[in-house]
Design a protein around this ligand. Structure first.
Ligand code: C5P
Length: 225
């Protein structure tokens, strides 16, 4: 029996991290943890409650009072906030536009990282985000830094939205993605960056299956060690 390992997948917005992470978790029978969904959940609640998103203290207090559950569902993951399924709401344009601001606060991050480490307590975990390999799980067995050209990332997000019946502007999506990447890379606390021991995977022009196969191959090499 091969041992369950911990796989960390980081990278810029819309690089396909969660699509790939979900598939890998499904194939290996691992737990999938989408850390971006946790920051989105807090952002959604902050918008609903009218909390000042510039205040680390107010957001941390709100997070303390909020129950965020990631529930495995159809190979994916539903996000419940205080007993209500908010899986769609946390993907709204409003949440997407505000989430990087919320995620830049130090106390908020400390609390989130603590929760994420607890969730990854078991082996057999695929976790995706921005600081998993650098901060949350620095001892992960396999670290992937997943990128793709910004044009392709915008195109993928556009197609994803179309499938969900949301019509968007490609140029606006590109602008939003670039803006979020800048904010995530330039923040002081745990900025988005490739861990020294992470493997860079550029998924531009690659199919989902190709990328999944590559990561599984790398994972199997780690399991045999
Ligand atoms: O992965 P997703 O695009 O849903 O993440 C939303 C936002 O949450 C990111 O743009 C980033 O600001 C924040 N995030 C983070 N650290 C993580 C995961 C997400 O700061 N580990």
């Amino acid at each position: 029996m091969l041992k369950g390992i911990i796989i960390a997948i980081d990278g810029p917005a819309a690089a396909g991290k969660s699509t790939i992470a979900k598939r890998i978790a499904q194939k290996l029978g691992y737990t999938y943890i989408d850390t971006g969904a946790m920051y989105r959940a807090l952002t959604h609640k902050a918008i609903q409650s009218g909390i000042n998103m510039d205040s680390d203290h107010d957001l941390a207090k709100l997070l303390e009072e909020t129950e965020i559950l990631l529930i495995p569902e159809n190979g994916g993951q539903a996000v419940w906030i205080d007993g209500v399924d908010c899986s769609d709401e946390i993907r709204s344009q409003e949440v997407t536009a505000a989430v990087s601001k919320v995620a830049a606060h130090s106390t908020v991050r400390e609390m989130m990282v603590d929760k994420q480490r607890k969730l990854a307590n078991d082996s057999g975990v695929v976790m995706d985000g921005r600081d998993i390999g650098t901060e949350v799980l620095p001892n992960a067995d396999l670290k992937i830094f997943m990128t793709a050209s910004v044009d392709e990332r915008a195109e993928r997000r556009y197609q994803e939205n179309e499938k969900r019946g949301i019509h968007s502007s490609l140029s606006q999506l590109k602008e939003e993605i670039e803006k979020r990447d800048r904010a995530d890379s330039e923040r002081e606390v745990s900025p988005l960056k490739q861990a020294e021991d992470a493997i860079l995977l550029d998924t531009t022009s690659k199919s989902i299956d190709e990328v999944v196969d590559k990561v599984i191959e790398l994972a199997e090499m780690r399991m045999e060690r």
